[in-house]
Design a protein around this ligand. Structure first.
Ligand SMILES: NC(=O)c1ccc[n+]([C@@H]2O[C@H](COP(=O)([O-])OP(=O)(O)OC[C@H]3O[C@@H](n4cnc5c(N)ncnc54)[C@H](O)[C@@H]3O)[C@@H](O)[C@H]2O)c1
Ligand SMILES: [Zn+2]
Length: 359
């Protein structure tokens, strides 16, 4: 079964993708860290579905499980939730060597990761992602954190996990729209880094949608490898890691202007359609490539038009993006399929046209 090595200087780790891994996760953490106790943070949705297997794995491995549950959903990705995690960890008298396992989607990964980064000035973290998005994106790269009233992900820390344990079997309980959110990031990865992967996804996306676990295991390993190579080259997000924002500058504006009524997956899907459109208009990708991209995004179950948002506010948000260095927003575009490039010189008219094409 595939293991992907993530070579972060000073903090390297493996991402294990194995069917049935949840049943053995505690012994794997014990072998890795030597710890006899394990704090498992999960959310109220994942708890009844997947905590029982983890609990049994602890019993089998002779590891004491500290059970920490938080409410589910992006609305609980807050410092208040982190505070409740601190309380439970400290009440259980954890020490510097007690690992925290984040069992859940990207919200649990980010919140529990931030708690692990900060409690006692940092304890070991293992990620046990249970959504496709968390498996291929959020659990790799070491970004942890919470939202603030002023915006998403504004409070946080880099804290690389000691390992990531992916059991693709848990995806059988994932609601279809959550699976699609992960697929949007998979499409993104291939668009910025791997043309052959894009062609394979065109051929096999229906296997992902029908939860073919064997295929999903391959797809996850492929995507983790792409994300790993990007974050290895730029662990602290000072340069090339920006490529992971492909489609996300547009998506961010759509999320804000819709007041988050458009979900992240949908916004990224529309954002990738827009970014691909701009890439085509700048003569970097061919119209046939642009059509392939839009059609794969549609097959993944996303709308690629009918966006009912006013364009001027969208353009305004883009001008004030926190990642913009000057007034001109930085766009991640496609030089060609499988190759991203950052451009700061995109004419405003083209951006407007791209939003219009989404209507
Ligand atoms: N740290 C990073 O680098 C990074 C990268 C991308 C996204 N993120 C963050 O990730 C978050 C989004 O992650 P997400 O999409 O996984 O959302 P999520 O964690 O909210 O999970 C989505 C929903 O699925 C439920 N769920 C999780 N696993 C399940 C399973 N196996 N079966 C049934 N239900 C399950 C959850 O309870 C939740 O209701 C955002 O907060 C985003 O900012 C972080
Ligand atoms: Zn995203």
């Amino acid at each position: 079964m595939p293991t992907v090595f993530v070579n972060i200087p000073g903090a390297p780790y493996d991402v294990h993708v194995e069917r049935g891994l949840l049943e053995r996760v505690a012994s794997r953490v014990r072998d890795l860290t030597g710890a006899k106790r394990l704090a498992v943070v999960t959310d109220a949705n994942v708890r009844p579905l997947h905590l029982p297997l983890v609990r049994r794995s602890c019993e089998a491995a002779g590891v004491e499980m500290i059970d920490v549950t938080i409410p589910a959903g992006e609305g609980h990705k807050t410092l208040a939730t982190v505070q409740t995690i601190y309380d439970q960890l400290l009440d259980a008298r954890i020490d510097r060597n007690t690992p925290v396992a984040a069992l859940g989607g990207g919200v649990v990964g980010d919140v529990a990761g931030f708690a692990a980064a900060t409690v006692l000035r940092g304890v070991p973290l293992v990620q046990v992602p249970t959504t496709l998005l968390a498996m291929v994106d959020a659990s790799v790269g070491g970004k942890t954190g919470v939202n603030h009233a002023r915006g998403k992900n504004l409070i946080g820390a880099f804290h690389q996990p000691r390992a990531v344990f992916v059991d693709p079997q848990v995806l059988t309980t994932l609601p279809p729209h959550e699976l699609r959110n992960g697929l949007a990031e998979c499409i993104k990865h291939d668009l910025i880094r791997n043309e052959a992967g894009f062609a394979r996804l065109e051929r096999d996306i229906d296997r992902a949608l029908s939860i073919d676990i064997e295929y999903l295991a391959e797809l996850i390993a492929h995507n983790v490898a792409i994300k790993a190579r990007v974050v290895e080259a730029d662990p602290l997000e000072q340069g090339e890691r920006a490529h992971l924002n492909f489609g996300h500058t547009f998506a961010h504006a759509i999320e804000i202007v819709s007041d988050f009524a458009v979900t992240h997956g949908k916004a990224v899907a529309l954002g990738m359609v827009a970014a691909s459109h701009v890439s085509m208009r700048l003569g970097m990708i061919a119209p046939t490539d642009d059509r392939r991209i839009t059609s794969l995004i549609a097959r993944a179950g996303f709308p690629t038009h009918s966006l009912n948002l006013p364009i001027d506010p969208l353009l305004d948000v883009m001008r004030h993006d926190k990642k913009a260095r000057s007034d001109c927003p930085r766009f991640v575009l496609l030089e060609r399929l499988g190759h991203a490039v950052v451009r700061e010189d995109v004419p405003q008219e083209l951006v407007r046209d791209a939003f219009e094409a989404l209507h």
